[in-house]
Design a protein around this ligand. Structure first.
Ligand code: CIR
Length: 274
């Protein structure tokens, strides 16, 4: 199994996005038109990298639906449909389930396995060999157990990692390359990376980036999507990563106002073998 994907699923931004959940009120109100433009550029960027990008229509009743990553965890030919931690987000899963089922993936419904299990996909970091699950405001131990029981039998070890601040594990640690993770230079990022190092059977290199937003990067093909406005981190990534990886800057000012980062706007999956 590798970390590389060849298919992404994205979900469009609803006009109700201004009502999206957020931990703090942003200094400037969400500009929904700008959010739609930024998201569209993100989708176009992915389309330039991956052979297939599937789009799910927005649902006006679900202001957070663009953050599709939270609704499923896909590894190989198996998709766990999560039960998102925030009750208002649970209706987002149905149309995503339909798309993943249509791809021929084996579907596991987390809430059917354990009604108390909660997981946001933003807490699930797959390194290509292991799965690290953030125990956070949105993901609980029962959610971790469902992921363990699903993926460990498929040969993927699953570990829990405390998220001591912020929303999700991938707000502070993401995958950039084989055994290379990008880590926020803050308490939550450094603590999570230390736990990953202690738990893992492999040796991960951490690139500790100065701008916290830059800890959330998307690796698609040989491209790394990095949020714009993080010049120092971008330079560091450029210096430390293989020259084979192209860095592409993506605007996310509006998504960030609702605690959304780059990974949350797509589900990256390998095409299942039917
Ligand atoms: C939420 O609070 O659920 C959304 N406003 C943001 C979700 C971001 N998701 C992610 O980083 N995976």
């Amino acid at each position: 199994m590798t970390e590389h994907c060849d298919l992404a699923v994205v979900r469009r931004v609803p006009s109700s996005f201004f009502e999206a959940l957020r931990m703090d009120e942003p200094e400037h109100a969400i500009d929904v038109a700008k959010a739609k433009e930024q998201h569209d550029r993100y989708v176009q960027t992915l389309k330039g990298i991956l052979p297939t990008v599937l789009e799910v229509a927005a649902d006006e009743a679900c202001p957070d639906c663009m953050f599709i990553e939270d609704t499923a965890v896909v590894i190989g030919a198996t998709a766990v449909i999560t039960q998102p931690g925030a009750p208002s987000r649970r209706p987002e899963t149905r149309p995503v389930r339909d798309v993943l089922s249509g791809l021929g993936l084996t579907i596991v419904d987390m809430s059917a396995v354990n009604p108390d299990a909660l997981t946001d996909g933003g807490d699930v970091l797959f390194t290509g060999r292991e799965l690290f699950v953030g125990l956070s405001k949105r993901t609980n131990a029962a959610g971790l157990e469902v992921l363990k029981s699903t993926f460990e039998v498929l040969g993927v070890p699953v570990y829990g990692v405390s998220v001591i601040e912020g929303l999700h594990l991938k707000s502070v640690v993401t995958f950039a390359d084989t055994d290379v993770l990008v880590v926020a230079n803050n308490r939550a990022g450094l603590a999570a990376f230390e736990t990953i190092r202690q738990l893992s059977k492999f040796t991960y290199t951490g690139i500790v980036v100065p701008e916290a937003a830059a800890a959330n990067v998307v690796r698609a093909g040989n491209t790394l999507l990095v949020p714009s406005g993080c010049a120092a981190s971008e330079q560091l990534l450029c210096d430390r990563l293989s020259a084979a990886i192209t860095i592409v800057r993506v605007e996310n000012s509006e998504g960030a106002k609702a605690d959304g980062a780059l990974t949350c706007c797509s589900l990256l999956i390998r095409k299942p073998v039917k």
